[in-house]
Design a protein around this ligand. Sequence first.
Ligand code: FAD
Ligand code: NAD
Length: 399
Amino acid sequence: MSNAIPKIVILGAGYAGILTAQKLQKQLNFNEAEVTLVNKHDYHYITTHLHMPAAGTDHPENAKVKISSIIDEMKIKFIKSTVHSISVEDKKIQLDNETLHYDYLVFGLGGEPETFGIPGMKENAFMIRSINSVNLICEHIEYQFAKYKNDETQKDRITFVVGGAGFTGIEFVGELADRLPELCERFNVDPKEVKIYNVEAAPTALPGFDPELVEYGMEVLKNKGVEFKIGVAIKECKEDGVIIGENEEIKARTIVWTGGIRGNHMLEEAGIEVMRGRVKVDEYLRVPGHENIFVIGDNALIFNDEGRPFPPTAQIAMQQGVNCASNIISTIGNHSLTTFKPEIKGTVASLGKGEAIGIVGKKKLKGWSAAQMKKVIDNRYLFIIGGVPLVVKKGRFFG
Ligand code: FAD
Ligand code: NAD
């Protein structure tokens, strides 16, 4: 490293990247480091809300926050560009039209859908990943209703398959079921004709979560019209349906894959050791053997005391952003680093309007109280990144 001030490059303005940038801007003076944040869009999206605009129960604008409104551009240089590759040897990042050099790299580009090599899944299924991807899902659903009205023999147009009943799948089918009455009325379709299947390979929905809450959640969703196929794997995804279990076919023009995520392909391409795309980072969130590279958020693989990996969540991504910023500052100042230990406050999953399930601390919540808790958690996040003005602008308070 030369005598020039260190260059810190943060890739991704998701939960992990935004928290890193905000913490660095608070704690570093202008002359201590040059900080650059790169993101594909000029907005941050609230990934934890994306199941709503995907189903059309909320406007996509509500899940978008202008990056310039939550960072101080006097202290953080923001570049709107797509990252294409990283070169660990040369400490370089290739963007659309420029190459960036870094001394410290923070990799926070989020995960990618894990399709487990299921034939046709990448090509034919929709994924809940970004504002653009959920706009596509929402438009596609409306189009299927319109097409069905022009040929009512095409039942596959109003059959919806959601692959995977993890938290994303469960939250999405809850919203989709809530949207149906409006769509059925608008397109004059009998609600009894519409089918929503949630297919899960494991012996239960939400594997690993509290069984009593899972049972409650499934009852709520069944009452809204969701049909579960549990303990049955999707084997193939076609343009007009899925093959599940022992060769059963469900004809459907809308397949939404919520079967899990893996790490970003760029890490492996850079020669970094990964497990399903994620990096087993050290206790300071650094890549082993590359102490100037921090991997945070969905790309960081970290383990609990029993040696089991923590699930990738926004909750952990945010805490990693804060820890990573403070460890970069400590590294620059030659101070000792702080071990990252996630503090799990709980998990709350929405089941659609006015319904949710969750555990906060040691307390189990279900129904209306859980739904209110979900709003508190969402609003708290807005407060952390944008203070009261953002809560007032984008917060969710009713329903
Ligand atoms: P992300 O939030 O995915 O951010 C990555 C950023 O990088 C994005 O801004 C993206 O545009 C940008 N980017 C990606 N590729 C490039 C590129 N090549 N070039 C430039 N920029 C790029 N977790 C919870 O804890 N609680 C919840 O309630 C919850 N609900 C969820 C609901 C849904 C529907 C989904 C899908 C996930 C939910 N999660 C939840 C999980 C949580 O959203 C993720 O763990 C979290 O978003 C990970 O944060 P991240 O910063 O690693 O990545
Ligand atoms: P996940 O990995 O948690 O769940 C994917 C589900 O798909 C699993 O239950 C898996 O058994 C199933 N599956 C895999 N292959 C299948 C196949 N071939 N056929 C049928 N089912 C199959 O993924 P997710 O739900 O997208 O969640 C990703 C991360 O985001 C997790 O860490 C989760 O905790 C987090 N998240 C949290 C919340 C919340 O806290 N409210 C909401 C959404 C997501």
